[in-house]
Design a binder for this molecule. Structure first.
Ligand code: NAD
Ligand code: MG
Length: 401
């Protein structure tokens, strides 16, 4: 790797929103690698933020020396201040402090907060500008229009980090999008790919989060098990790539090695392959449009032996069909779906509802709140999101009664 060529990449100032989560930790591992291999000052850190894991945040801050560390839970301010005493690192707490940190100047912002909670900070980062390494798909699903509008009126550039979208971003010929017939996202099928429905109905949270190929946070792991994750990703792709529902689809690929397939009008299919290791899309985003060496696993296709593909089963995985309906319906449906799913997944993880009830809760919430116009600004999206959370909580109470 030519170091002088990469200098301005390695000197990019980085903010990591959600630094203690799975994507946040992988991002810092890519930074650590760049600091060990190339330049010990690489990727100076502007801010690290987390919601409640104050000890992990403080340990990261001591190691990576950000200008500021922010904890979302305001009750943990004193503990964070004590843990970082004498370091010179500025400490702040509360939701607003996270949004403020996202609005501070940075060259790259990794948006790795989980769920619609990432919306306000992600928008603040987009409005400020620079490269937005976007892992959080829920904020695009919940507020696609608001996001795109903010993008158009800022100088931000979004680099998707979700592996399928990062793959599509690399392989799509944006200058000839009219020649793209179809974009296919691959899905591993999750831990219950071959389970009958009766068995899935009894699945435990531990079984649902045990993903066969990827190690991820609890929420996205459950979404991968229901295939809601793939449905959310179709909506994400629709907004990020401007493609209608009928040019987007899903195929199950249990090895998670091919991440997306672009079907061109001349019959060519361009695919993107890599080991299932999020440090690859993270490195792509941090270095864009250059490439840098990453610590990711390298792929040995001879050792893998075979790649297989199968159709997604929408009967056993009704969340995928529901999300596809919401994509086609548009309006506020994706916002409602996302909020209801977040509430339902938490209820499942807390043992309040069964695995197959997740879809039922989302369906009931959509039936209760349809039809609605999409939110055109952050406030109206958050209002729809809050209504949907209330309706989903009521649906859960009915189920539990
Ligand atoms: P995670 O649960 O491991 O981490 C979430 C992070 O967000 C933590 O740092 C947590 O402190 C922070 N957070 C949680 N609630 C918050 C709140 N209310 N306010 C502020 N911060 C909050 O999640 P993850 O697996 O790293 O996923 C992060 C995002 O990236 C999700 O949107 C997920 O869909 C997406 N994503 C993850 C992966 C993966 O491999 N993990 C792959 C593709 C996309
Ligand atoms: Mg993905």
């Amino acid at each position: 790797m030519n170091l002088s060529d990469l200098k301005h990449v390695l000197w990019r100032r980085l903010t990591v929103l959600g630094s203690t989560g799975s994507i946040g930790v992988s991002t810092l591992s890519v930074v650590d690698y760049a600091r060990t291999q190339f330049d010990e000052q690489a990727f100076p850190i502007e801010a690290l933020t987390a919601q409640s894991n104050v000890d992990a945040l403080a340990a990261q801050a001591r190691r990576f020396r950000p200008a500021r560390a922010v904890i979302g839970d305001a009750l943990l301010y004193g503990r964070l201040r004590d843990l970082l005493a004498g370091t010179g690192i500025e400490v702040a707490a509360g939701d607003k402090a996270i949004v403020d940190a996202a609005a501070e100047p940075a060259d790259v912002t990794m948006v790795a907060i989980v769920g619609a909670a990432g919306l306000a900070p992600a928008l603040a980062a987009v409005r400020r500008g620079g490269l937005i390494a976007l892992a959080n798909k829920e904020c695009v699903v919940a507020a696609g229009h608001v996001f795109l509008e903010a993008m158009r009126s800022s100088r931000a550039m979004i680099i998707p980090v979700d592996s399928e979208h990062n793959a599509a971003f690399q392989v799509l010929d944006f200058a000839q999008e009219h020649a793209v017939e179809r974009v296919t996202l691959t899905a591993s099928g999750g831990p219950f790919r071959s389970w009958p429905m009766e068995r899935m109905a009894r699945a435990t949270p531990e079984q649902a989060v045990a993903h066969p190929n990827w190690s991820m946070g609890a929420k996205i792991s459950v979404d991968s098990a229901t295939l809601m994750n793939k449905g959310l990703e179709l909506i994400e792709a629709h907004h990020l790539f401007g493609l209608p529902a009928d040019r987007l689809d899903v195929i199950v690929h249990p090895q998670s090695i091919v991440h997306c397939l672009i079907y061109y009008a001349d019959g060519s299919i361009l695919a993107h392959l890599s080991a299932p290791d999020m440090r690859t899309p993270i490195a792509v985003a941090l270095a864009w449009p250059r490439r840098m060496t990453s610590p990711s696993q390298r792929l040995d296709l001879a050792a893998v032996g075979g790649l297989s593909f199968e159709a997604a089963d929408r009967q056993r995985f009704p969340c995928l069909a529901l999300a596809e309906d919401c994509l086609r319906a548009g309006g506020a449906a994706p916002t409602v779906l996302n909020a209801a799913n977040e509430i339902a997944v938490q209820a499942f993880l807390h043992g309040q509802i069964g695995f197959m009830d997740i879809c039922g809760v989302a369906e009931q919430t959509l039936a209760h709140l349809q039809p609605q116009r999409p939110g055109r600004d952050l406030e109206s999206v958050l209002a729809i999101d809050a209504d949907a959370r209330r309706a989903a909580s009521t649906a859960i109470l009915r189920l539990a009664a």
